[in-house]
Design a protein around this ligand. Structure first.
Ligand SMILES: [Cu+2]
Length: 652
């Protein structure tokens, strides 16, 4: 949180030594880790995955194009947020569309591209600019941090130390009230974390003991959420949540080597996490996966000293794993390539000119999709993009009254990280943005949402919400890459999040520019933007209704879901089209941990292809953990820009 002085007296934590640790907590019990196959892989989740289906049956190519079992969502606002109720779901497809004539391409106005043998056909075109819908009018907890897990539950939470949320803990659990609505008395019996079913919008509350405010996290190789850091008693906490029914967080408040408040966490090739920075923590540490207690491995990181401004601008650094196993670390405007196992800086990269990109100036960044569909996939170029942000002194003016909000940056820089001597390539977004979110879509495009057009991160420290999503196509020519999409009408500014869902929709949630939950001006005259507990879903252009006829359907039960590095694997599909190999892309997405405008551990891999028909796609798994750290990914088959529903796969 920005307005530090309001609540916290920051201690000068400048002793970066190895700490004695509390080791009274048990490590994760073997039996508690998720069994993916048995837990949910077999039954769910609506991809036409009827076990009785014959994949070689040619007679019925369209049968599973209808949504499974209609819309199961309960739109009755009263039922949401209460948690608890489990529904029986019927994932079996309806058999329909037999013999129905397909919509003529001409009639629907799409470029189908003539079937030709010379070169890849273009992506299907659409004029659809996306659409918004409310998925749940009250999720109870404002989504400050979010992670999608392989059981199709999005876990999100804010903080236990800023008063009551909008949902009671179920089963009941109370704690002493810290902060909160004016005049309110304790105890606090609300929940501050929930599990959100991304298919049904149902909410189940989760218990959190140690504060997660402005924390970090990621998905471990076995599909658990590993949450780190936070504030106060959560500064050094590590929490593990396995994606199973009725699981709760296991927490160790003394696991980490330093206070990790605004740190960044990513996976390394061996499945360990690297946890970088945090307020006054100019170092990083390596934490093994799925352990609550472990020996400290901490390394100094001078970059975080060198890039610190008067108002920090070195928090939530942008960190990515590179194909050689080293990591890219970007803070403020400076970046390096670092050997994570020795702490050695291997290369200083050129400064990104213009101002600051890191928290609280809060630009956005992502590793662009990595194309492994090449001759030597172990030796590919990877490129990072960094966009938006604000001036290095912007927070000084936006933090306290009389506030002054500098217009955010419009510009982006792209840098090839694998080429020595590469320089930043600059380009401009259609609008200025700070605190935006940047997600990699199943197609390989990039979606920019959320944020504001002026100001910085921090309570009430920004104005003019940026309501217009932007699609960025990295492979087009500079100057032609951005496209504005349908705007929303709900501001999503400080402490908002977003997530790519298996069906290709984007979940958009959170936003709390206030120091506790505030919903209306009558009770909170000083409030500018309300705390958001409304959950939306955004459908990007590839979900245009008229494109759905081109959408491949993955037959999950007949497809390989356990991948081995470098190994070939088969995905059974149904696709009613004449295709050749160049019409199909297979992409693999690591669902990130998103908070404060940064999606940690996000990557999209475009896989090598061996053989493609309209029935079966044989693809090649990424060559190593350096390109795809072990764990769960969403795999999409993309037909000329139209993605299938994603199938969860696991690689190690
Ligand atoms: Cu924060």
């Amino acid at each position: 949180m920005s307005s530090l002085g309001k609540i916290i007296v920051l201690l000068p934590f400048l002793f970066f030594c190895v700490f004695a640790r509390v080791s009274s907590l048990n490590p994760v019990e073997e039996g508690k880790s998720i069994n993916f196959q048995a837990g949910f892989g077999g039954i769910t989740i609506g991809i036409g995955g009827s076990g009785s289906e014959n994949p070689d049956d040619e007679s019925d190519p369209d049968h599973d194009k209808k949504p499974v079992n209609g819309d199961e969502k309960d739109k009755d606002g009263n039922k949401f947020g209460s948690g608890g109720e489990q529904r029986i779901r019927f994932p079996f497809p309806q058999f329909g569309n037999h013999g129905e004539p397909r919509k003529e391409a001409k009639e629907s106005g799409y470029n189908t591209g003539a079937a030709t043998n010379d070169g890849p056909k273009p992506d299907f075109e659409t004029n659809f600019l996306g659409s918004w819908k409310v998925d749940n009018p009250n999720a109870g907890v404002s989504a400050m941090h979010i992670q999608l897990l392989p059981n199709n539950k999005a876990v999100w939470y804010d903080t236990v130390n800023l008063g009551k949320s909008n949902i009671l803990a179920d089963p009941p659990a109370c704690r002493g009230l810290v902060g909160g609505r004016q005049g309110e008395k304790g105890p606090d019996c609300t929940a501050h974390a929930i599990e959100y079913d991304v298919e049904t919008a149902q909410v189940k509350t989760l218990k959190l003991e140690y504060d997660t405010w402005c924390s970090s996290g990621g998905m471990s190789p076995n599909g658990a959420l590993v949450s780190t850091g936070g504030n106060q008693e959560g500064f050094r906490a590590l929490r593990i949540l396995n994606p199973c029914k009725n699981c709760q967080f296991q927490e160790n408040p003394e696991a980490l080597s330093a206070n990790r408040w605004y740190a960044t966490q990513i996976l390394l090739e061996n499945g360990s996490f690297v946890l970088v920075g945090g307020r006054a923590a100019h170092n990083y540490e390596i934490i093994p996966p799925e352990k609550l207690d472990f020996p400290i491995q901490q390394f100094g990181l001078p970059l975080l000293d060198e890039s610190q401004d008067e108002k920090e601008n070195n928090l939530y650094p942008f960190v990515n794993l590179l194909p050689d196993g080293n990591i890219f670390v970007f803070s403020n405007y400076k970046s390096i390539i670092l050997n994570p196992y020795t702490g050695e800086t291997l290369r200083n990269l050129p400064d990104l000119p213009g101002g600051s990109r890191s928290y609280p100036a809060s630009g956005m960044s992502a590793l662009l999709p990595i194309n492994l569909n090449v001759e030597n996939p172990e030796n590919v170029d990877v490129e990072v993009i960094v966009c938006g942000g604000n001036a290095r002194d912007a927070f000084k003016f936006s933090e306290f009254p009389p506030r002054k909000f500098f217009t955010a940056f419009k510009d982006c820089g792209r840098l090839i990280l694998t080429k020595e001597g590469a320089q930043w390539e600059k380009e401009d977004m259609p609008s200025p943005r700070v605190m935006g979110d940047m997600l990699l879509l199943p197609t390989g495009d990039v979606l920019i949402t959320n944020g504001a057009q002026a100001g910085t991160s921090g309570w009430d420290a920004a104005e003019t919400p940026n309501l217009t999503p932007v699609l960025y196509s990295p492979n087009k020519n500079n100057g032609e890459r951005f496209k504005e999409l349908t705007p929303t009408d709900i501001p999503r500014m400080y402490h908002s999040t977003s997530a790519v869902l298996p069906d290709g929709q984007i979940l958009i949630a959170g936003s709390n520019t206030n120091d506790y939950y505030k919903f209306n001006k009558a009770d909170n005259p000083e409030m500018i933007y309300p705390t958001e507990v409304i959950v939306q879903k955004f459908s990007p252009p590839y979900l245009a209704p008229e494109l759905q006829q081109y959408k491949p359907n993955i037959l999950e039960v007949f497809s390989d879901k356990e991948l081995k590095y470098g190994g070939e694997f088969n995905v059974r599909i149904r696709l009613n089209a004449q295709i050749d190999q160049s019409d199909i892309k297979v992409t693999m997405y690591s669902p990130p941990f998103t908070t404060h405008g940064y999606s940690m551990n996000q990557r999209l891999l475009i896989l090598g292809l061996k053989q493609v028909t309209h029935r079966i796609v044989t693809a090649v798994a990424p060559p190593s953990g350096k390109l795809a750290p072990p764990g769960y990914y969403l795999l999409f088959v993309v037909h000329r820009g139209v993605p299938s529903r994603g199938m969860w796969v696991h690689i190690e």
